[in-house]
Design a protein around this ligand. Structure first.
Ligand code: MG
Length: 258
């Protein structure tokens, strides 16, 4: 699985083999597989010598709202006829272990565990049938939401856009049978969301088609595919994790704003 890490002030990609807890160093640009192949250097680093970053550095994070029937029902909102899109700025992205900062402007912070698509190459008006060629892989995400601001503002820029509101990681799984993956969100070890991507209203290829019909997706851009039912509140001090079959577990915690 692909990770991004920092060591001695430099950020690089690596390949993590879960069983041996080591990272193999990759030199070169993992997004330029056609022109200049990234090189597996053979150099290995122990995980405790590196600091994991978010596995990609997106120019934008496109999110899909209400893409699971049961979540639309719990929000009391009608099912969308087309994918409902909104954006999170790139400044929302944090890596594994970097905390979610609870803003002073909200009194109702929610988690939404989600499967995230990472784009491999520039995608503009891509057909669903071609979508797989534009996907680098998949990672875990939390669409952190200030639910009170989402309801009061009428649109979602503030509610979804605070710094640290998009934890991503721990790794990108390049090959995944994404049609039926179990996704589980836990808060302080207690299961809060437990669903399958089988329940997605709009599928992964349909989402790539719908989003790339509007905006050009760049290498490393991310699409959050929506959250299942069971969303709920986060408090300062909570630990939250999202586990997706075939990817691993993204774990972070909530701290107060300084
Ligand atoms: Mg969401």
């Amino acid at each position: 699985m692909i990770i991004r890490y920092e060591r001695n002030g430099k950020v690089k990609h690596g390949w993590m083999v879960e069983e041996d807890h080591k990272v193999r160093v990759i030199e070169g640009d993992i997004y330029k597989v056609q022109t200049a192949k990234p090189i597996m250097t053979g150099l290995e680093l122990p995980l405790d010598e590196i600091s994991l970053k978010a596995p990609c550095d997106p120019s934008k994070v496109v999110c899909i709202g209400l893409n699971y029937r049961d979540h639309a029902a719990e929000m009391g909102i009608e099912l969308p006829k087309e994918p409902l899109m909104f954006l999170k700025p790139s400044t929302t992205v944090v890596g594994p272990g970097e905390p979610i900062v609870y803003p002073k402007l909200t009194e109702n912070l929610h988690y939404e565990g989600e499967l995230a698509i990472v784009i491999k190459k520039e995608a503009k008006r891509v057909k669903a049938s071609e979508a797989d060629h534009y996907i680098l892989g998949f990672t875990c995400a939390i669409d952190v939401t200030a639910r009170d601001l989402q309801m009061s503002d009428g649109q979602w820029t503030r509610a979804k856009g605070f710094d640290t509101f998009c934890p991503l990681g721990p790794a990108i799984a390049p090959k995944l049978d994404y049609a039926n993956l179990r996704i589980v969100t836990r808060v302080n070890g207690e299961v809060r969301q437990d669903a399958s991507t089988e329940q997605l209203i709009f599928t992964i290829p349909q989402l790539v088609e719908a989003v790339s019909a509007v905006m050009t997706l760049r290498p490393g851009d991310v699409i959050l595919t929506g959250t299942p039912s069971g969303v709920g509140e986060l408090k300062i001090g909570d630990e939250i994790s999202v586990t997706i079959e075939g990817i691993g577990t993204l774990t972070t915690h909530v701290v107060g704003e300084e």
